[in-house]
Design a protein around this ligand. Structure first.
Ligand code: PLP
Length: 387
């Protein structure tokens, strides 16, 4: 066993079921282990490494900022954060941004915003509707918002005020017969098995929310930042959320969360009501500015084309029951056991993820076509053979 594996086993809290692989470096869509063996990475650090490993331009944007100002407190102004907020607002139609360090924190801020909105409006409820099978984070409040009981057990009591319903028109209609402050949803449920919400459901959700002055919170921690083939996935549903949270791929490999607020939230926050020491850190913000700059129409079009390639290549293949997802966020319902198949892929030099009983692909958005073709070829062989 390697030293790292031994040390990890000795000193790291065993909260992760790791694959037996130590990644020591990477370049583009390839990761390397200690022996210099390469792996085509179709997981991208769980949708984080937007342009893969050590992308030259990204590294330059980060190191230029690192050599200028690595951090200061939020008691002072910094340009990268302000410019990033401007970009996010201009490209989404949102009005204001709060920066944090992770997806869970971005959702915490969204939930605080919804509660305060309800309070200021004199609504006497702070009830938030969430969807079954959703995933919103690991803090006690975002766990409460996560509609999967398996994550709750033994961590009770969680934050009160959340109620999860099936993502169906009937269930939602019924839930919204009682007053509510907000509905939080992932346009494509990620950890829940890469399941896009139906257009019918989202249309109904948007109409009901408007009618009842219930805030729409889109959790785009995973679906955002080009992952689904548009800058944010909500854009493909023809709606505009009131609150939009994101993280994962935003800074292309550095920790950054963002909670964007629409028109309705104007005036909901004031100094002292929320904060974060690291939130909007100049290095992370510079990284994100660079990522956003590159997420132009051409790149997003490429994402959609690569998505179509993967869907076409895998649909109907031996060992594949069904392919789901949007853009480069893809779930594969397999005949065998997902975890074992992922291990078999790793053995063949391809890194894939799982989500529930599915394989999940979240490759870097700029993965070169030849590498993607090679990886999909290997994946097809593994799936046909079974594990
Ligand atoms: C990953 C994820 C989160 C949690 O993000 P962290 O950065 O791990 O806190 C929240 N919501 C969704 C939809 C996610 O995919």
């Amino acid at each position: 066993m390697s030293d790292t594996k031994l040390l990890d086993g000795e000193y790291i809290l065993p909260t992760y079921a790791r694959f037996p692989l130590e990644i020591v470096s990477g370049k583009g869509s390839l990761a390397y282990d200690q022996e210099g063996r390469s792996y085509i990475d179709l997981g991208a650090g769980i949708a984080v490494n937007t342009f893969g490993y050590a992308d030259d331009e990204w590294v330059k944007a980060v190191t230029d900022q690192l050599n200028t100002l690595q951090h200061t407190s939020n008691l002072y102004y910094t340009a990268p954060m302000a410019k990033l907020a401007e970009q996010l607002c201009q490209r989404t139609g949102m009005k204001k941004v709060f920066f944090s360090n992770s997806g869970a924190e971005a959702n915490e801020c969204a939930i605080k915003a919804a509660r305060r909105y309800a309070a200021l409006k004199g609504k006497n409820t702070s009830r938030i509707i969430t969807l079954k099978n959703s995933f919103h984070g690991r803090t006690l409040t975002t766990l409460a918002a996560t509609g999967q009981d398996v994550f709750h057990k033994d961590f009770l009591p969680l934050t009160e005020g959340f109620e999860s319903v099936e993502p169906t028109v009937e269930a939602l209609t019924q839930a919204l017969q009682k007053p509510a402050a907000a509905v939080i949803f992932e346009p494509v449920q990620g950890e829940g098995g890469v399941v896009p919400l139906s257009q019918e459901f989202v249309d109904h959700l948007a109409a009901l929310a408007k009618e009842k002055d219930v805030l729409l919170i889109a959790d785009e921690v995973q679906t955002g930042n080009g992952r689904c083939g548009t800058l944010y996935a909500y854009m493909q549903y023809g709606i505009l959320p009131d609150i939009l949270s994101t993280a994962k791929g935003l800074a292309g490999g550095l920790p950054l969360g963002a909670t964007m607020m629409g028109e309705k939230l104007e005036g909901v926050f004031a100094p002292g009501l929320h904060g974060s020491t690291f939130g909007g850190n100049p290095v992370c913000a510079a990284a994100a500015l660079h990522v956003l700059e590159r997420l132009d129409d051409t790149l997003l079009q490429n994402v959609r084309e690569k998505s179509k390639y993967i869907f076409d290549a895998l649909t109907g293949c031996p060992g594949v029951k069904c392919v789901s997802g949007l853009g480069l966020m893809i779930g594969i319902e397999v005949e065998g056991e997902a975890k074992k198949l992922a291990q078999a892929c790793l053995d063949q030099g391809v890194l894939v993820l799982t989500a529930k009983q599915k394989l999940r692909l979240l490759p870097p958005l700029n993965i070169p076509m030849p590498l993607l073709e090679k990886a999909i070829g290997i994946l097809k062989e593994v799936l046909a053979k079974g594990a």
